[in-house]
Design a binder for this molecule. Structure first.
Ligand SMILES: [Zn+2]
Length: 576
């Protein structure tokens, strides 16, 4: 494999290749561009023709041509290798031929199944009527290539007839052996939603059982194994913790809107799409994972959530909130009124979602509204109130920004009548965020992303750079208060493994740069870190000032104003 990657790198000149994706401007012997991986107005994406490497100083990502295309097109390494080999016009030999064949076969058979399902839908009146009753138009059905699984052995037989062997059909998750040892189709009497990967290739299916089939099977006493929605099992080409339904079609719209509507089911997504909301994806019957969010974060700053309007939906939302916050997303929630889910709302009123998106509330406000309903936050029921407050404070704790925490503490104080400092005390007594209770999730602490905010990324690079020069390190130590706690900790333990690793990275990263450039970079990073921290302080001050003003506390106002102008001066100096 190593040989192929080298050949590809020789054939595809990085700068020329990137011109196909970005507008590159000369910057000394390097080039710069607006980073495609985070929103920015001044270029911090640097390309080095000498080293055939790129790096973004805004968000900290970087690497070679492979890393770029994996991030940009959301490909796994084998797919990226294939993609670039085609571009370079070379044959890949060392990609294990058996594995290469297996990829191809699975793509092909999934595609063949999609074709058979589509054809079956065109012939099945009941399935067509069902889709019509749910409000789907024919062009939506065609665009998303919905189909129908007749059941029995019809798909299996069709695929055998096309030359696929039974082992492959089973491996692709399309057939399974029943208790009597006979092969039967996995999907029986279901509407089939093909699931595509990021580049639009069909990799799996979700099947929604027809209501009449469900009734009949239940009447026959079959209640086991009869979920309303059934997903393909994971395979070489399908990893359900990575794929989001609709993403292949909506990613451009998400990128343009910088926001994404997140719904639970396929029907929700299709109805949203049909009513003109194109920047949407569905999690489709699986728990939200860091992989999903990482993918979305590159395209969007804001997530607008519209989950089912029931207790399970609220639970899913609250669970998701912690995740969103750890990725520093701005989160809003749509209230569905009396509709049970977004699909239902769109069916009743095709304009509903568009309006609802405009009126979406910040997630925390939505959660507070629910928990401060008189039926939940009961007057005179102190244990119940305590439970609610602790629960809400845990949500606040998961917020990354101190400013945001502050805003919501104030709001909780206002609604509960409990003084702010009592709430803050309670907040500080809470345990560090626990892992998510039970439930299928990849969100254990080890997979939780450790560097997401820009502040973290800047701090990491700054520390790495400081490790290359004694002088820098001394300066950083005297300014360590500006570092996020994790980096202060690292700075205080120079013998730790983390520092050792960072040192390695730094020697690679900064090798060959001249002293003047290193010095400038160091000052820039330090300045950015400091101004970020000061800006956050300024926002907190602004909040407090507003409060003091509305309380007509003149002495406090004067004191805060003094503080404020000092801070503003400091920020001003830094920005010069
Ligand atoms: Zn960037």
């Amino acid at each position: 494999m190593a040989k192929e990657t080298e050949v590809i790198k020789q054939k595809l000149e990085l700068v020329e290749f990137l011109r196909g994706y970005l507008t590159l401007l000369p910057a000394g012997k390097n080039f710069k561009a607006l980073c495609p991986f985070h929103g920015e107005k001044t270029p911090s994406f640097i390309v080095s023709p000498d080293r055939q490497m790129w790096h973004c100083f805004g968000c900290g990502v970087g690497g070679d041509i492979f890393k770029f295309i994996m991030l940009y097109e959301h490909l796994e390494f084998p797919e990226a290798l294939k993609f670039l080999a085609e571009r370079a016009g070379i044959q890949i030999q060392s990609l294990n031929p058996a594995q290469q064949r297996e990829f191809g076969v699975l793509y092909d058979i999934t595609d063949a199944a999609k074709r058979i399902y589509k054809e079956a839908l065109s012939k099945n009146h009941e399935a067509q009527e069902y889709l019509k009753s749910r409000g789907l138009h024919l062009d939506t059905v065609e665009e998303f290539e919905l189909g129908y699984a007749e059941g029995g052995e019809s798909l299996t037989l069709g695929l055998l007839k096309e030359g696929y062997d039974i082992e492959t059909i089973v491996r692709a998750g399309l057939a399974q052996k029943n208790t009597r040892g006979l092969y039967r189709d996995k999907f029986q009497e279901r509407i089939m939603f093909p699931i595509a990967n990021q580049v639009g290739k069909t990799v799996a299916f979700t099947g929604r059982i027809l209501p009449s089939a469900l009734e009949r099977m239940r009447a026959q006493g079959m209640t086991m194994d009869l979920p309303k929605y059934l997903n393909s099992p994971d395979s070489l080409i399908f990893n359900k913790s990575k794929v989001l339904y609709g993403f292949d079609k909506s990613k451009q719209a998400i990128h343009e809107a910088k926001s994404v509507l997140l719904v639970e089911g396929q029907m929700d997504l299709l109805m949203a799409w049909q009513s003109g909301v194109k920047n949407a994806v569905a999690v489709s019957g699986t728990a939200l994972t860091p992989n999903h969010l990482e993918r979305l974060r590159r395209f969007a700053d804001t997530v607008i959530v519209s989950f089912d309007n029931d207790e399970a939906g609220l639970k899913a939302l609250e669970r998701a909130l912690d995740y969103f916050h750890s990725f520093d997303f701005h989160v809003k929630v749509i209230g569905l009124g009396s509709h049970k889910d977004p699909a239902d709302a769109c069916l009743a009123d095709p304009e509903f979602l568009k309006k609802a998106i405009e009126w979406a509330k910040p997630a925390m406000q939505y959660v507070l509204d629910v928990y401060f309903m008189p039926t939940v936050y009961k007057k005179h029921d102190i244990p119940a109130q305590k439970r609610v407050l602790r629960h809400l404070l845990q949500k606040v704790q998961s917020l990354r920004s101190a400013v945001e925490q502050n805003i919501w503490i104030q709001e909780i104080a206002k609604r509960s009548g409990i003084r702010e400092h009592a709430l803050l005390e309670e907040l500080s007594s809470l345990d560090v965020p626990r892992t998510v209770d039970g439930e299928e999730t990849d969100f254990d602490s080890s997979s939780r992303p450790k560097e997401q905010t820009q502040g973290d990324l800047v701090a990491r690079r700054l520390l790495a750079l400081a490790l290359t020069r004694e002088g820098f390190l001394d300066i950083l130590k005297t300014n360590s208060a500006f570092l996020p706690p994790a980096y202060q900790e690292m700075l205080a333990h120079p013998d730790s493994e983390a520092i050792g690793f960072l040192e390695l990275e730094a020697s690679y990263e900064f090798a060959g740069l001249d002293e003047a450039k290193l010095g400038k970079e160091f000052r820039d990073l330090l300045g950015r870190l400091e101004s970020g921290v000061l800006r956050e302080r300024k926002m907190i001050l602004q909040e407090r000032l507003k409060q003091a003003q509305s309380a007509h506390d003149d002495t406090k106002v004067a004191e805060l104003l003094r503080e404020f102008s000092e801070l503003a001066k400091k920020i001003d100096i830094l920005s010069k």
